[in-house]
Design a protein around this ligand. Structure first.
Ligand SMILES: Cc1ncc(COP(=O)(O)O)c(C=O)c1O
Length: 389
């Protein structure tokens, strides 16, 4: 098993950071790449034509390797999930009264584009809300999503791992069902890709859109998207020069070109060559490849298992392992627990998780240890003791 990798990060001593689902901490290699990129601005006369293209190409290759995509030409560099989804929405042609199926309570960047699309193209939205039971919750939710897909479905939008509680969606079966309906399958991979294996050749999504600053460990304002064949002849949301065919020929830029670059490159954001963010993102993906995504998932499972068993015994609810991520999961409190007390205790022990209503979201990574989970469970178990006294 891989050992704790905390020394590779700039995390302050004593900080027990269990919130990579919010944003990753900074890898030293990512920081150094950023500083180098910034310093390069001192000597603009050294920037060459290939600097606009080659690092971006390497970034697409690295992301392709992580999602097992055979062709880096199907990857686009984007600034945000909302941007990546806007490109999808612009290129969907939905028959009147067809249905868009979306999993409930998703992050807004994978909701608003479909609300607008439905309005503009007179489609109906079917939101499949999480079941309000804890018994077989993940299984039931998946079944309800599968049941909602029918020959009238034009698009299904969800994530692989739900951002708020880590519920895993059965993408393989959902893909089969969408294929029968010839519906597009659009996945927000922000809370999974990089920490939970995803295989483009196995799932064959129509689009997979990821922000880069969480499980991909990059900086803010850069992300990556895979666009499948369905979008190869589409229209991007913006017209930028570098996405046109032969943009490498700087001398010919005013010989205006009608055609776009091949594959997904037409969907990249203007100035995607970003000389600071691209090398940072690339350094992050190189590190993830070195670790291996499967190893990250297994490490998170191993360091959290004992604490999960203890918490379940004390009445906390955590989804069955088959229906949640090990890198991201919710812990629901037994009734009557004083959340303010828990928040205070977590703060004093320097445990950083996301607290929401009657549950917390826990999101570990390779810089965490069983120690972090021991202390987290101690705080939570104390709150139960307080309840009894
Ligand atoms: C599932 C998910 N998608 C997307 C985002 C970010 O979206 P955007 O890049 O549009 O800001 C987040 C941020 O928390 C998220 O959790």
């Amino acid at each position: 098993m891989i050992h704790c990798q905390r020394e590779l990060f700039s995390l302050p001593e004593g900080a027990r950071y269990l919130n990579c689902a919010f944003m990753s901490p900074l890898l030293h290699t990512v920081k150094n790449a950023g500083i180098q990129g910034l310093n390069n601005k001192k000597t603009p006369y050294l920037v060459k034509v290939e600097d606009f293209f080659e690092p971006a190409e390497r970034l697409r290759e690295a992301f392709s390797a992580i999602i097992n995509c055979p062709d880096p030409g199907q990857i686009a560099i984007i600034p945000s999930v909302s941007y990546g989804m806007a490109n999808v929405a612009k290129n969907m042609n939905i028959p009147d009264n067809a249905e868009i199926v979306i999993a409930g309570e998703q992050f807004p960047s994978n909701m608003y584009p479909w609300f607008r699309l439905a309005k503009e193209q007179h489609a109906a939205i079917k939101i499949i809300q999480p079941p309000d039971t804890f018994t077989g919750r993940g299984n039931t939710w998946n079944q309800q999503i599968l049941d909602a897909i029918n020959p009238n479905t034009a698009l299904v939008a969800l994530s692989h791992c739900h951002w708020a509680d880590g519920t895993l969606f059965d993408l393989k079966n959902i893909r089969s069902k969408t294929r029968e309906a010839d519906a597009a399958l659009i996945i927000d991979g922000t809370q999974s890709v990089g920490a939970l294996p995803f295989d483009v050749q196995e799932i064959e999504p129509d689009a997979l859109v990821c922000a880069g600053y969480k499980w991909l460990m990059g900086p803010y304002s850069i992300g990556l998207a895979y666009y499948g064949d369905r979008f190869n002849n589409g229209t991007p949301i913006e017209e930028n020069w570098i996405n046109r065919l032969n943009s490498e020929d700087f001398a010919g830029l005013v010989d205006y070109e009608e055609k776009y670059q091949k594959g997904a490159l037409r969907y990249e954001v203007g100035e995607h060559s970003n000389f600071i963010l691209v090398p940072m993102m690339l350094a992050a993906l190189n590190q993830i490849q070195t670790w291996g995504v499967q190893s990250i998932q297994e490490y998170c499972r191993d360091i959290s298992q004992t604490a999960i068993d203890r918490l379940r015994e004390a009445g906390f609810w955590i989804e069955d392992e088959n229906f949640r991520g090990s890198h991201l999961f919710g812990i629901r409190f037994p009734r009557g627990i004083d959340i303010n007390l828990i928040e205070k205790d977590l703060e004093s022990r320097r445990i950083y998780v996301s607290v929401r209503g009657t549950s917390i979201r826990v999101a570990p990574h390779l810089y965490n240890t069983t120690d972090d989970f021991d202390i987290l469970s101690e705080v939570l178990l104390n709150s139960v003791l307080n309840l009894k006294t």
